[in-house]
Write a protein that binds this ligand. Structure first.
Ligand code: FAS
Ligand code: PHB
Length: 389
């Protein structure tokens, strides 16, 4: 087998890259270690930046997003029983769209299948070869048979635990990391959201987030221990804890019901540098991780893919390796600014075990500053809607 770009991973980064390249006449094969159903079963991001919405339109997969996505002009940030609305539309002229990552992935999978493009699901033991030369290839095992795929470029879109970044020689890559001493316990339930907009709540018991997937499906999170056992949380325990952390109006509006998904996610900041190794390029969670507090993970994967697709189109038009040179620098410039925002939002809103009283006073001062300064709210807003590509 041969293709122009071998993409490792059929998450949003891999699928979006495949779709953008297809629209430019560039052939791809995606290798995914899980089944399509398994990929779709993951409950992850919920908020799309306007840049991501534009990119999905460019990829030709925005019809359902336009029909079902919820355009949000603001969100609330709360602390100590006060709630401050960040008016994204008034402060930046832009909005965000609430549309689950699962639905983005489904739309991309359907478009890829409709175009008859090759996606190998349940590909075992994927391995990357010779990407330091001009004839890279990937191999995998399926039904006990090893397969080989020759290509011109490998796109590593296989997430934080993937094989792509792990295939780079240790001396060729530098990583930067901060592991937070807590995680998020998330619940998905078919109940009416407690508020029309998202609420990010800071409470002395811990952070809580009220989000949604539609007008009838809610997504909630509470801060928990990094190694929290999800089995220790009955639905009732979750609903009680969530309401304790919200202001009285929001707490009273919470509609409870049976969870249809419940999971714990650790929080981490992580960046690998650079993002190019010969003919291997990294994108999405394979390259970086952000704590979900700033709603940046999926959106960063989208901007990476935008930069990568531009570099690949130039490379295949010219045949010059140097057209791949700029990808890493361009992507990392936006990655680091999103890492900073996600770290800042996480530091602002969470209770850090063992924190000293000074740190809690700094959080209060940050809230006071946001309350009193349009400049502070504008800075938060322009990061939340997504910095320019
Ligand atoms: P993904 O991890 O989505 O996709 C990588 C794909 O590669 C997977 O399908 C995997 O099966 C496959 N793969 C891995 N190893 C492979 C191998 N060796 N061979 C072949 N395939 C392989 N972001 C937000 O903005 N908001 C959130 O609320 C949020 N919540 C999250 C909760 C959790 C538990 C996690 C893990 C992440 C969350 N994120 C959130 C971030 C998340 O949305 C990612 O940013 C997004 O999935 C990134 O997409 P990809 O880069 O495509 O990586
Ligand atoms: C979600 O709806 O899952 C969500 C929304 C905003 C965030 C994180 C998660 O910052």
């Amino acid at each position: 087998m041969r293709t122009q770009v071998a993409i490792i991973g059929a998450g949003p980064a891999g699928l979006l890259l495949g779709q953008l390249l297809h629209r430019q006449g560039i052939d791809t094969v995606i290798l995914e270690r899980r089944s399509a159903d398994y990929v779709l079963s993951r409950i992850r991001a919920g908020v799309l930046e306007s840049g991501t919405v534009r990119l999905l339109a460019e990829a030709g997969v925005d019809a359902r997003l336009r029909a079902e996505g919820l355009v949000h002009e603001g969100f609330a940030i709360g602390s100590a029983n006060r709630r401050l609305r960040i008016d994204l539309k008034a402060l930046t002229g832009q909005t965000v769209t609430v549309y689950g990552q699962t639905e983005v992935t489904r739309d991309l999978m359907e478009a890829r299948a409709k175009a008859g493009l090759v996606t190998v699901y349940e590909a075992e033991d994927v391995a990357l070869h010779d990407f330091d030369g001009s004839s890279p290839r990937v191999s995998w095992v399926q039904d006990g048979v090893r397969h080989d795929l020759a290509c011109d470029v490998i796109a590593g879109c296989d997430g934080y635990h993937g094989v792509s970044r792990a295939s780079v020689p240790a001396g060729a890559i530098q990583t930067y990391e901060r592991a937070y001493p807590f995680g998020w316990l998330g619940v998905l339930a078919d109940v009416l959201p407690c508020s029309e907009e998202l609420i990010y709540a800071s409470h002395e018991r811990g952070f809580a987030l009220c989000s949604m997937r539609s007008h009838t499906r809610s997504r909630y999170y509470v801060q928990c221990a990094a190694d929290e056992d999800v089995l220790a949380w009955s639905d009732q325990r979750f609903w009680d804890e969530l309401r304790r952390r919200l202001d009285p109006e929001a707490a009273a509006a919470v509609v409870t019901g049976p969870s249809i998904e419940k999971s714990v996610a650790p929080l981490r900041s992580f960046v690998a540098e650079p993002l190019r190794f010969g003919r291997l390029l990294l994108a999405g969670d394979a390259a970086h991780i952000v704590p979900p507090t700033g709603a940046k993970g999926l959106n960063l994967a989208a901007s990476d893919v935008h930069y990568m697709s531009e570099a690949l189109v130039a490379f295949f038009a010219s045949g010059r390796d140097r057209d791949l040179d700029d990808y890493s620098t361009r992507a990392l410039a936006r990655i680091w600014k999103s890492e900073r925002f996600s770290w800042w939002m996480t530091t602002l809103l969470h209770v850090f075990p063992g924190t000293n009283p000074f740190d809690r006073r700094m959080q209060g001062a940050d809230f006071d500053y946001l309350e009193s300064s349009a400049a502070a709210r504008t800075s938060l807003a322009e990061n939340y809607i997504g910095l320019p590509y």
